[in-house]
Design a binder for this molecule. Structure first.
Ligand code: 6R9
Length: 648
C-alpha cells in the first residue's frame, strides 16, 4: 500500500477544467472556490446558515448549531419535511412534468416517473404505511431490488416521519435478522424477487427466514417484481398493489424537527456486528443537496446517473435525496454492468444521453479488463462530467476513465466520503479544481479536514497520518443507533476534539489529499466496507472452525480480496470440500460480497504474547510477500515457519 502511495505522490499530470466547462459551471475558477472555502471555514455557522436557505422550511430554525461535543444539533428549532423538499416543491412550475426518475430493469423494461407521478406514488405508499400501522418514529426496514419502489418507499417514510433502514438486496437473511433486532423495526418492505445477471433472486424468502422467531415485525409489504411464487403469512404479509386499492393519493407531508431521525444505515466497523449510522433530517438533506449541486454541477436539463444501489449510502445521497432535492433527473439501472454483455453501461449512456456519470473504481477496473472495444462501440459524447467513489482510484484507471469514457473532455470528481459523513467531504469542484489522477483533491465548503500524527498534531507535506475532520458539519452522523458510548469511542476518542475517519492519508505540497485507505480492521472489497471481525465471527460460528483471522490482500479488480486463515477443531480434516463449504457459509451468513477468495488452513495463528493475532504478518503472507518488520512479540516462531511453509 505505501509503495503505491509513493508512486502516486510523484504523479505529475495535472488536468485543468476546460474553459468551456468552467464558463458554464457554478463555481468558475479556483480563486472563487478558495474564497468561498476560506469564508466557510472562518465562520462555518454563518456559511451553513446562509446555505440552509436552499431548503424549504416549514418553520425557520433559530440557531444554526448546538455543539455539545461530540453531539451536534443543526438548525435548532427548524421544521421541514424531506419528501416535501424532494417532491412537492417542484410541482408548481416547469419541473412538474420533468423526469424525476428514469429506470431501466435488467431484463430491459423501462419506466419514467415525472415529479408529478413520483409525488403521487409516494403519497399512495405513505398512506399504505399508515394504513398498516406505521407511525412517526417507527422503523421500517426496506429490502428491495434497485427499482423505483425503493426510492418511493424511502420518500414515503420521510413523508410521515418513519425512519427507514435500507438493507442491500445482496445481503443475507442473517443480515436482515441482525438489522431488525438492532433497529427494532416493526414493518418490512420487500419484493418477491429481483434480477441479477439473468437469474431471479429470492428476496421474500430471505425475509421469511429472517422473521423466524421475530414478534416485533407486524407487517411485511411485498412489491411484485419478478412474478415469483412466494409464501404469504396471513395477517402479516400484504401485497403492495392490493393495498394501493384501499388508499387515496392525498397525504400531506408532516413538518418534522430538523433533528428528527431520517434513516439508519448499517455499515461495517471493527467489531463483529455492523453499526447503525443515524442521520437526521435537516443537516443530511442540506449536505446531500449542496454537494450534488456543486460537485456534479447539475444543470436543469441534465440526465444524471449514479450507478450505486440504494442499499448503500451513495444510493441514499446521490440516487435519491441529493438529486431529487435539487429537482434533477436521476437514472436508475437495476442490474449488472455486463448483462447481457459488457457494454450495458455504455449502451445506457448512449440511449439516454447521460450527461453526468458517477461510478466506482472497482467497476472501472473491470471495464478496463473487459476491453476498450465495448465503450468504443457507443456514442458517449453526451457526457460532460464523470465521478468516482468508494476507494482510491489508481492513476492509470483514472486516465483510462478520463480518456476512454470522458473523451479527454470531462472532469472527474473523485469524491472521498463515508456512510458516516452523509455527503462528499473531499472532492474537486469540477469547474474550479485542477485535477491530478488518483487524488480526491481538496475539502468541500465548510469541511475542515486535516492529517494528524498519533498525538493529534498536524503533519507536514507528504507525511502520512490519520485523516480527521476538525469541525462538525451538517450531514455528519448523529450517533450509532442505540449506542452513544460506542459513537463517542469509535469516532471521537482516537484524536482529541476531532472526528476520526478510520482512513490514512497524506497531503502533497498543493494541499491535495491522497487517501491511502483504512487503517482500522475494515476492508474495502469492490468499494464495499467489510469488517474483518464480521467475517471472522461468521467463520467461527461454523462447527468445524476453531479460530479464524481474516485479512485483505491486494486484488486487481476488487481493490482488496478476502483471505481467511482458519484453524480447525480437533479431528476435523482440512479438505478442498470444507474450504468451499466455509466460503459458502460466509456468503450465507453475511452476503456474497463477503465470501473469502481463499481459505488457508493453519495449525495455529501467529499471536503476540498477550494473545493478539498478528494480522500484519498474515497480511504479508496473504499477499505473498516476505515477512518483514518486528516479530519479536511473536509467541511461537514455529507458527510463522509453518504458515510460510504452507505457502510453498
Ligand atoms: C461513500 C462510501 C467509506 C470508506 C472511506 C474510504 C473509502 C470512499 C473514497 C475512498 C479513497 C475515495 N473511500 N471514497 N477512498 N478515495 N474517493 O464509500 O462510504 O461505504 O462508508 O466507505 O471508503 O476508506 O473511509 P462507505
Amino acid at each position: 500500500m505505501s509503495q503505491s502511495i509513493e508512486s502516486v505522490l510523484t504523479e505529475k499530470r495535472v488536468f485543468k477544467p476546460s474553459r468551456e466547462f468552467s464558463k458554464q459551471a457554478k463555481i468558475k475558477n479556483f480563486a472563487e472556490y478558495k474564497k468561498l472555502y476560506d469564508e466557510s471555514i472562518k465562520n462555518p455557522e454563518k456559511f451553513w446558515g446562509k446555505q440552509a436557505a436552499e431548503l424549504l422550511w416549514n418553520k425557520k430554525w433559530t440557531k444554526v448549531l448546538d455543539w455539545k461535543a461530540p453531539f451536534a444539533k443543526w438548525f435548532v428549532g427548524g421544521k421541514l419535511n424531506v419528501s416535501e423538499n424532494c417532491l412537492d416543491r417542484h410541482l408548481n412550475g416547469p419541473r412538474r412534468n420533468k423526469a424525476a426518475i428514469i429506470w431501466e430493469g435488467e431484463p430491459g423494461e423501462k419506466r419514467t416517473l415525472t415529479y408529478h407521478q413520483l409525488h403521487r406514488e409516494v403519497c399512495i405508499f405513505a398512506n399504505i404505511l399508515k394504513r398498516n400501522g406505521v407511525k412517526k418514529g417507527d422503523r421500517v426496514l426496506i429490502y428491495l431490488p434497485h427499482i423505483p419502489e425503493a426510492a418511493i418507499a424511502m420518500l414515503a417514510c420521510t413523508r410521515i416521519g418513519a425512519i427507514h433502514t435500507v438493507v442491500f438486496g445482496g445481503f443475507s437473511a442473517e443480515s436482515i435478522k441482525d438489522r431488525l433486532a438492532d433497529s427494532g423495526a416493526t414493518c418490512v418492505v420487500t419484493a418477491d424477487g429481483s434480477y441479477r445477471r439473468g437469474q431471479a433472486v429470492t428476496l421474500k424468502q430471505n425475509v421469511d427466514r429472517a422473521l423466524e422467531g421475530n414478534t416485533a415485525v407486524k407487517r411485511v409489504i411485498v412489491f411484485r417484481r419478478a412474478n415469483m411464487d412466494i409464501h404469504i403469512t396471513e395477517g402479516r404479509d400484504v401485497w403492495w398493489h392490493r393495498e394501493a386499492d384501499y388508499v387515496t393519493a392525498d397525504c400531506p407531508p408532516v413538518p418534522l424537527d430538523s433533528e428528527h431521525p431520517l434513516f439508519i444505515l448499517y455499515t461495517s466497523g471493527s467489531t463483529g456486528k455492523p453499526k447503525g449510522i443515524l442521520h437526521t433530517t435537516g443537516g443530511y438533506l442540506l449536505g446531500s443537496l449542496l454537494t450534488t449541486k456543486y460537485v456534479f454541477d447539475i444543470r436543469e436539463e441534465d440526465i444524471y446517473w449514479c450507478t450505486a444501489d440504494v442499499g448503500w449510502i451513495t444510493g441514499h445521497s446521490y440516487v435519491v435525496y441529493g438529486p431529487l432535492a435539487l429537482g434533477a433527473t436521476s437514472l436508475m439501472y437495476e442490474g449488472a454492468p455486463n448483462w447481457p454483455q459488457s457494454d450495458r453501461f455504455w449502451d445506457i449512456i448512449a440511449r439516454y444521453g447521460v450527461n453526468i456519470f458517477y461510478t466506482a473504481p472497482t467497476a472501472i477496473r473491470s471495464f478496463i479488463k473487459w476491453g476498450d472495444e465495448w465503450p468504443a462501440k457507443h456514442d458517449l459524447s453526451s457526457l460532460r462530467l464523470l465521478g468516482t467513489v468508494g476507494e482510491p482510484i489508481n492513476p492509470e484507471a483514472w486516465m483510462w476513465f478520463y480518456e476512454k469514457i470522458g473523451g479527454g473532455r470531462c472532469p472527474i470528481s473523485d469524491t472521498w466520503w463515508q456512510t458516516e459523513t452523509g455527503a462528499h467531504m473531499i472532492t474537486p469542484i469540477p469547474g474550479a479544481t485542477p485535477l491530478k489522477p488518483g487524488t480526491a483533491t481538496l475539502p468541500f465548503f465548510g469541511i475542515d479536514a486535516a492529517i494528524v500524527d498519533d498525538n493529534g498534531k498536524e503533519v507536514g507535506p507528504n507525511e502520512g497520518g490519520k485523516l480527521v475532520i476538525r469541525k462538525p458539519w451538517p450531514s455528519m452522523l448523529r450517533t450509532i443507533y442505540g449506542d452513544k458510548a460506542r459513537y463517542k469511542k469509535q469516532y471521537w476518542s482516537e484524536v482529541k476534539g476531532c472526528y476520526f475517519t478510520g482512513d490514512g492519508a497524506r497531503r502533497d505540497k498543493d494541499g491535495y489529499f491522497w487517501i491511502v485507505g483504512r487503517i482500522d480492521d475494515v476492508l474495502n472489497v469492490a468499494g464495499h466496507r467489510l469488517g474483518t471481525a464480521e467475517v471472522e465471527s461468521a467463520l467461527v460460528a461454523h462447527e468445524a472452525v476453531a479460530e479464524a483471522a481474516v485479512v485483505g490482500r491486494p486484488d486487481e479488480i476488487k481493490g482488496q480480496g478476502v483471505v481467511a486463515f482458519v484453524t480447525l477443531k480437533t479431528g476435523i480434516k482440512a479438505t478442498e470440500d470444507l474450504s468451499e463449504k466455509l466460503r459458502k457459509h460466509v456468503g450465507a451468513v453475511i452476503g456474497p460480497i463477503a465470501k473469502p477468495d481463499e481459505i488457508r488452513f493453519a495449525e495455529a495463528l501467529p499471536k503476540t504474547r498477550s494473545g493478539k493475532i498478528m494480522r500484519r504478518l498474515l497480511k504479508q503472507i496473504a499477499a505473498g510477500n516476505a515477512v518483514t518488520g518486528d516479530t519479536t512479540t511473536l509467541e511461537d516462531f514455529s507458527v510463522l515457519a509453518k504458515l510460510r511453509a504452507s505457502d510453498e
